[in-house]
Design a protein around this ligand. Structure first.
Ligand code: ZN
Ligand code: ZN
Length: 284
């Protein structure tokens, strides 16, 4: 399937204009904070540092490791990967996530209750219930991420997603390299943390976030480690070989964390190992 071409409006495409408007709107939204816009903007700075620094330094470590270990999926590179561009776009997506995280962080700094707690005592819920609720939430959000990804591959919306597909043979720096609209569609559940009724147990929540970030590094690192490729499918998670097929072919393997949705919806390539498929589809 060929990638749909975006609609153009002058030098910028209409999608790029909307992406820029989203960045401006998310930044300006802090002015609307009823109590303390200043606290909101300092929370934005803290959130961005807390998100971007580990993501970029983690990507650097995974890229270094993937140059020394594992098997290259698409063979030797004919030219260097555009890591600076990948890193810029991942940092921009972290800025979108920071604009969202600034809301619950500001609420917490101002002494208001939020949906994130370290201790469940006094909240009237059992550990089992919170764990089950969280895991159900992960499955529901991952289903949303699958369908969001498929929608972004339609002719109308591909302009919001095409920048991720510039990287046909990605590195770990491309793990979060998505444009602002896609970042907003991905990270909006952060706002649930503003709601005290939506209880998140912090150790489990941060554990899942760290796990998701590391999975995303592996999905984009461009190499496979045989023991990881065998282990992840046992817990229904995507692998590097599996997601690399999406970068090489673009019209299949849309799942973001779980491969379940590709199996259920018939968007998984069957009949040959994903690693061979990605290698065959690689540009020469
Ligand atoms: Zn990707
Ligand atoms: Zn895609």
């Amino acid at each position: 399937m060929r990638a749909p071409s975006p609609a153009h409006a002058g030098r910028w495409t209409i999608h790029e204009i909307i992406d820029a408007a989203v960045l401006v709107a998310l930044t300006a939204a802090g002015l609307l904070h009823r109590e303390s816009p200043g606290t909101w903007y300092s929370s934005l700075v803290v959130s961005f540092a807390v998100l971007a620094v580990p993501v970029l330094s983690g990507a650097a470590i995974v890229t270094w490791l993937s140059g020394r270990f594992g098997t290259r999926i698409q063979g030797q590179r004919s030219k260097p990967a555009p890591m600076a561009r990948e890193a810029f776009e991942s940092a921009r997506a972290m800025y979108v996530a920071a604009c969202l995280a600034a809301w619950p962080l500001t609420a917490w700094r101002l002494g208001h209750p939020t949906g994130l707690v370290w201790d469940l005592d006094g909240h009237g819920v059992s550990m089992t219930r919170v764990v089950v609720q969280t895991l159900v939430g992960v499955v529901v959000i991952d289903a949303w991420l699958y369908w969001k990804h498929r929608l972004l591959h339609t002719r109308l919306l591909f302009g919001f997603h095409k920048s991720h597909h510039v990287f046909r043979d990605p590195t770990a720096f491309a793990g979060f390299a998505v444009a602002p609209v896609e970042a907003l569609l991905t990270f909006w559940p952060i706002l649930f943390l503003c709601m005290p009724e939506a209880l998140h147990w912090a150790p489990l929540y941060f554990g899942l976030v760290v796990g998701f970030v590391n999975l995303n590094f592996y999905l984009h690192c461009g190499v496979t480690l045989s023991w990881v490729e065998k282990t992840l499918p046992r817990v229904f998670l995507n692998t590097s070989a599996f997601h690399n097929v999406h970068h090489a072919r673009a019209n299949t393997h849309f799942g973001e964390a779980l491969y379940l949705w590709d199996v259920l919806c018939g968007t998984r390539i069957t009949g040959q190992p994903a690693q061979e498929t990605a290698a065959e589809s690689a540009p020469v």
